[in-house]
Design a protein around this ligand. Structure first.
Ligand code: KDG
Ligand code: MG
Length: 417
């Protein structure tokens, strides 16, 4: 008989039996998937399970394959439940599986912290810093518009800003939104087709950063996302060309299914490298970290197996002086952001946290106790991760099919978006 069936192996501090769990899919401007876990003592925890453009796959994985395995288990046994869901599925890794596991893990940490009456960061080891340095997104249709946007972010108090701009002759260049604060790439039921030109981009990007340093000086931290568009040698060329503008990081310079690809970039440039928002496990970044091919690892709570697994990645990274720089785009819900901020408040090798603001509609569905002040996000002091869901309000925003765009070269070849 399993521990879950007879309840006899209650852990120290008393058993918290999982009574039920449900998945909430809501679209307050964009789709979010949230797992809600309830215990028989009345404690509730929630976890983000949003996978942009593939939301219903994770919702089904949770509802049909994970939740039946949770009922009756002790919510305190986070590690054992993580291992059960990872090893027990036989099929390992992958974004759908790891986002589902992450949602369970996040909800269980939320419950454990609430049971202890403590903010989650206290269970991880306490605060290592007072605030979490974040970077915002300045996107402009052209270089001057981006210069202005960086100015607007500085006025809001940001100390670090990712800068992207439209490229002459390139339709829908990555990162150029329609709104100033609420950039959202997943914009249609079927993928929007954008155009890509590597040569136009490589000529344009150094001009953007030359102009930004001229206009804004040296103090502000500037970041840039290549969004996987370059080959390793092209990325090396860009990293070298950007060296005079001292970027905080160059992100996703080339796809990293082949982790060795980063060695070539590294051999040519001292521009710091960040990668990992699409990674799901420690295995996706092990060589990158152990060979010191990157400076920042961008794995996040929701897509990399929750706090339990992210901690393992961060601990490995710490051995090699690689720091964290977690993904924090708007498709990661406030639930992920809340959990990430508790993680960031503790993790010793913290680097920076991405912060794209959610819309007021999203913030209303997910009330939270973190706040922005002077370039930092501050995790709150409420027990748990400090984020809840208003399920009545969520029900007013039904799921809407949306997918991420694709990119093609001028001759029609499908490229990396
Ligand atoms: O925030 C970033 O760095 C991104 O690259 C955002 C991604 O395009 C987005 O999260 C995809 O869902
Ligand atoms: Mg990115």
């Amino acid at each position: 008989m399993s521990e879950a069936e007879d309840g006899s192996a209650a852990s120290g501090g008393g058993m918290l039996r999982i009574r039920g769990a449900r998945v909430v899919v809501t679209c307050p401007g964009r789709n979010f998937v949230t797992l809600v876990i309830e215990t028989d003592q009345g404690l509730t925890g929630i976890g983000d399970a949003t996978l942009n453009g593939r939301e219903l796959a994770v919702a089904s994985y949770l509802t049909d394959h994970v939740i039946p395995n949770l009922i009756g288990r002790d919510a305190h046994r986070i590690e054992d439940i993580w291992q059960f869901l990872y090893r027990g599925a036989y099929w390992r890794r992958g974004p759908v599986t790891m986002s589902a596991i992450a949602a369970v893990d996040t909800a269980l940490w939320d419950i454990k912290a609430k049971a202890a009456g403590l903010p989650l960061y206290q269970l991880l080891g306490g605060r290592s810093r007072e605030g979490v340095l974040v970077y915002g997104h300045a996107n402009g249709a052209d270089i001057e518009a981006t210069v202005d946007q960086v100015g607007a972010y500085r006025e809001m108090g940001y100390r670090a800003i990712r800068a992207q701009s439209g490229i002459p002759g390139v339709r829908g260049a990555y990162g150029v939104g329609r709104g100033d604060l609420y950039y959202e790439p997943a914009d249609a039921a079927l993928p929007t087709e954008t155009l890509w030109s590597t040569s136009a981009y490589l000529n344009h990007a150094p001009k953007l950063f030359e102009r930004l340093r001229m206009a804004h000086g040296d103090e502000i931290e500037l970041l840039h996302d290549v969004h996987h568009r370059l080959t390793p040698i092209e990325a090396a060329r860009l990293g070298k060309a950007l060296e005079p503008y001292r970027l905080f990081w160059l992100e996703d310079a080339t796809p990293a299914e082949n982790q060795e690809a980063f060695r070539l970039i590294r051999q040519h440039t001292v521009t710091p490298l960040a990668v990992g928002e699409v990674f799901n496990t420690i295995w996706d970044c092990r060589e990158l970290i152990q060979n010191q091919l990157i400076d920042y690892i961008r794995t996040t709570v929701v897509h990399a197996g929750g706090i339990t697994h992210l901690r393992r990645i961060a601990d490995l990274a710490a051995l090699y002086q690689v720091r964290t720089g977690s993904h924090g785009a708007t498709d990661l819900s406030p639930v992920c952001m809340g959990a990430a901020l508790h993680f960031d408040s503790w993790v010793p090798n913290f680097g920076i946290q991405e912060y794209m603001r959610h819309s007021p509609e999203t913030d209303a569905v997910f009330p939270h106790d973190y706040h922005f002040a002077d370039g930092y996000l501050i995790a709150g002091e409420a027990p748990g991760h400090g984020v809840t869901i208003d399920e009545t309000l969520a029900a007013r925003y039904p799921y809407e099919p949306r997918q991420l765009p694709v990119a093609r070269l001028a001759d029609g070849t499908l490229w990396h978006w």
